[in-house]
Write a new protein. Structure first.
Ligand SMILES: C[C@](O)(CO)[C@H](O)COP(=O)(O)OP(=O)(O)OC[C@H]1O[C@@H](n2ccc(N)nc2=O)[C@H](O)[C@@H]1O
Ligand SMILES: Nc1ncnc2c1ncn2[C@@H]1O[C@H](COP(=O)(O)OP(=O)(O)OP(=O)(O)O)[C@@H](O)[C@H]1O
Length: 383
């Protein structure tokens, strides 16, 4: 297993329980510029003309900052000559093993978190904005009405954090084309944060070294480093300390998308409540699961899929039991709740089996939609 550098626990400023996880403090650009709209935004997109509630309970929006100072003689939103918009594609994830330890003093949980990037993608575009414009964001796609358009948006925090790191203004118009389900347990917000970091770094020409990008990712959230690197990786610590995991071949997955989302901190809290005072073993990666990935064996992987958050997610959303039962009845090798849910993930033997399984799940009425795709997928890439 190769190591990724940079993402260290010590670098973290993410907040465990309700306080701001923003690592962007000091950039002084809390107010998105009203009306800015990147060329990539479609007619259905929302723009940052108003404030909306921030990320779920565990990630309250950062305190609104002052509007950035405007250079004399410039108006916000006027793009400098010569800069071109940059688009980054970034994948969703499924946790094939999510072993959750006890609560740490900082409120997070130590994990043995085996991530697999899957072929559902968001696209994050960073377009130039004039001096003093600050960071504005627009969003289109399924569930985009539930995506905050202020500093509660992880992509905005990422742009501000990168700008602060380089001592420059965070002038940029971000646009998010969402396909990753919102609050679905597939790291959609984390993907957008990683995508925004990479896109702004290219737009601004800041040439940030990879290990520094990974440190910034870890400050934004536990899943964000993995969204940058993609592929397959073991996450230790709170999930941000990554080691590459070798994978052979292609795994075929079907994702059953649910109506609405589940709050990640609520699911962790429900997990703790269910455990009560019982001792919690140290989370350890499962050697048989790692071998199944290495050997590209879907049946062996199916036998080892495990998610310690699943009982809590099922308790919070009992209807997911019907979704899991429908997938298994329709021939899935195995199914589990993806991360904190409510998306359910099913492993299929091959592409044909995945297509048939997706059709059966849609017909079952136990999910909003079903999507067949493959893994591992690449991490964040410039388009
Ligand atoms: C469930 C997973 O998606 C599995 O990959 C992750 O563990 C969650 O990662 P994430 O959404 O990036 O989480 P963060 O933004 O870092 O934290 C959100 C909240 O989730 C809880 N949290 C998260 C990660 C972790 N190891 N322990 C936790 O208890 C905390 O309540 C925290 O306040
Ligand atoms: N760019 C973003 N896209 C989606 N949600 C965002 C974004 N930025 C902030 N949020 C907020 O974060 C909450 C969680 O959304 P997200 O899609 O990241 O959940 P998730 O996939 O379950 O996260 P994870 O799997 O990493 O725990 C949303 O309800 C929303 O309020």
């Amino acid at each position: 297993m190769g190591s990724f550098t940079g993402a260290s626990t010590g670098a973290s400023s993410a907040a465990p329980t309700g306080s701001s996880a923003a690592g962007a403090s000091g950039s002084g650009s809390g107010s998105p510029a009203a009306g800015a709209s990147p060329s990539a935004s479609g007619s259905a997109s929302r723009s940052a003309s108003g404030r909306s509630p921030g990320r779920s309970a565990g990630r309250a929006p950062g305190a609104p900052g002052n509007a950035p100072a405007r250079a004399p003689g410039t108006s916000p939103g006027t793009a400098p000559e010569g800069e071109r918009a940059v688009t980054v594609r970034v994948p969703a994830k499924v946790n094939v093993q999510l072993a959750v330890g006890g609560v740490r003093p900082d409120g997070f949980h130590d994990l043995a978190n085996v991530f697999l990037a899957v072929g559902l993608y968001d696209h994050v575009t960073a377009a130039p904005a004039g001096p003093g414009a600050g960071c504005a964001v627009t969003c289109e796609g399924p569930g985009s009405d539930r995506v905050p358009l202020d500093r509660g948006n992880l992509a905005v925090r990422a742009a501000e954090l990168l700008a602060a790191h380089h001592g420059r203004a965070p002038d940029v118009r971000l646009h998010i084309a969402k396909d990753i389900p919102v609050a679905g347990g597939m790291a959609g917000g984390s993907a957008d944060a990683a995508g925004a970091l990479l896109a702004c770094d290219a737009l601004w020409g800041t040439a940030t070294p990879r290990h520094v990008l990974l440190e910034l990712c870890a400050r934004l959230g536990s899943d964000v480093p993995f969204s940058l690197v993609g592929g397959a990786a073991l996450g230790r610590g709170r999930g941000e300390l990554l080691t590459e995991v070798p994978v052979s071949g292609t795994f075929h997955w079907v994702f059953a998308l649910a109506d609405g989302g589940l709050s990640t901190p609520e699911v962790y809290r429900a997990c703790d409540r269910r455990r009560g005072a019982a001792p919690v073993p140290e989370p350890e990666p499962d050697p048989a699961l790692l071998a199944a990935l290495r050997e590209g064996d879907p049946r062996a992987l199916a036998a080892r899929l495990a998610n310690d958050l699943q009982p809590a997610a099922l308790a919070l959303r009992p209807s997911l039991a019907d979704t899991l039962a429908a997938g298994r009845a329709a021939g899935a090798l195995a199914g589990l709740v993806s991360g904190s849910g409510p998306t359910c993930a099913f492993l299929a033997a091959d592409a044909d089996a995945a297509a048939a399984l997706a059709a059966s799940l849609e017909a079952s009425g136990t999910c909003r939609a079903a999507r067949a795709t493959t893994a591992p997928a690449s991490g964040a890439v410039l388009r």
